[in-house]
Ligand binder design. Structure first.
Ligand SMILES: C[S@@+](CC[C@H](N)C(=O)[O-])C[C@H]1O[C@@H](n2cnc3c(N)ncnc32)[C@H](O)[C@@H]1O
Length: 277
């Protein structure tokens, strides 16, 4: 993972803006198939866990909060990697139901990232993975991370960068780039939200996931199964209309089998130490 300072230069033009009210994905419906289309295989999760642990590690015996934990893909892997207890919080009863049925002894909380039902300074660190695009009030969620993390603790948000949205093969599906640019905040905005919440220092790193030997039929099938929430925002007709166009574009651009890189932004902030007066 390449470290870098929180610099707008690596991101989209300043004039571009995310919509103030991103379209809302229905996670009650998505919860019924999420684990099938996004299986949390250890080898798939490992680079994400390492990216989180690089910032949140060193919490042995402490408590971490996974905000927007979904079906809990990162909860136990982060516990194992960091030696901490991890609380999984999500706003969707359906997603949490899945998490609880897989792991009844886990620490699960139903709650909103923008108004966390957690006491101030209660956790040693917090993280959210691919959640910001769902929130109407991203800055409020980052302020909440600041509030619940103890002084000298850290918080991390992993999200798609707009650079990735421009590069990913999935962007060849008609309408995807428009939809996702309306949902995902820009990385400079997320860094600003961290700074405005009070985090200092604030940084961003880029997590590069290399995908080798992707076959066009497999990629099309994953999209048909709505493996990311962008496709859950499309109705059946829009999806059916787009699939043949997508497949043709993929073959024209890449041929039947191809390698590509998905780049995610890992924005983090440290809550300053308490100052005794
Ligand atoms: C793409 S999933 C990511 C789940 C998990 N972090 C993972 O990577 O597998 C986004 C999650 O954010 C949750 N979410 C959406 N809005 C939320 C909110 N306001 N507060 C808490 N969670 C929310 C959804 O219910 C969903 O489980």
């Amino acid at each position: 993972m390449s470290p870098s300072r929180c610099s707008p230069a690596v991101e989209e033009p300043a004039a571009a803006r995310r919509s103030s009210s991103p379209p809302k994905a229905d996670y009650e419906a998505i919860s019924k198939y999420y684990d099938e289309v996004r299986p949390g295989r250890p080898e798939t999760l490992a680079p994400w866990v390492e990216a989180l642990a690089a910032i949140l590690g060193g919490q042995k015996g402490g408590t971490l909060l996974d905000v927007g934990a979904g079906t809990g893909r990162f909860v136990r892997p982060m516990e194992a990697r960091c030696g901490a207890s991890v609380i999984g919080l999500d706003a969707s009863p359906g997603m949490l139901h899945r998490a609880i049925s897989k792991d009844p002894l886990g620490l699960w909380v139903l709650g909103d990232a923008q108004a966390l039902p957690i006491r101030p300074s209660a956790v040693d660190g917090a993280f959210m993975v691919m959640v910001l695009q769902h929130l109407a009030d991203g800055p409020a969620a980052i302020r909440e991370l600041y509030r619940v993390v103890r002084p000298d603790g850290r918080a991390v948000a992993i999200t798609s960068s707009w650079a990735r949205l421009a590069e990913t093969p999935v962007g060849l599906f008609p309408g995807v780039r428009r939809l996702d640019r309306a949902r995902f905040p820009s990385i400079p905005s997320v860094c600003r939200w961290f700074r405005e919440a009070g985090f200092d220092p604030v940084g961003v790193r880029y997590l590069r996931i290399e995908v080798r030997g992707a076959r066009v039929e497999e990629v099309v099938e994953r999209v048909r199964r709505r493996y990311i929430s962008t496709f859950a925002l499309m109705d059946d007709e829009e999806l059916a209309r787009g699939l043949p166009v997508f497949e043709r574009r993929l073959r024209e651009r890449y041929g039947p089998q191809f390698d590509y890189v998905n780049t995610f932004a890992v924005v983090w902030g440290g809550r300053p130490k308490a100052v005794l007066t």
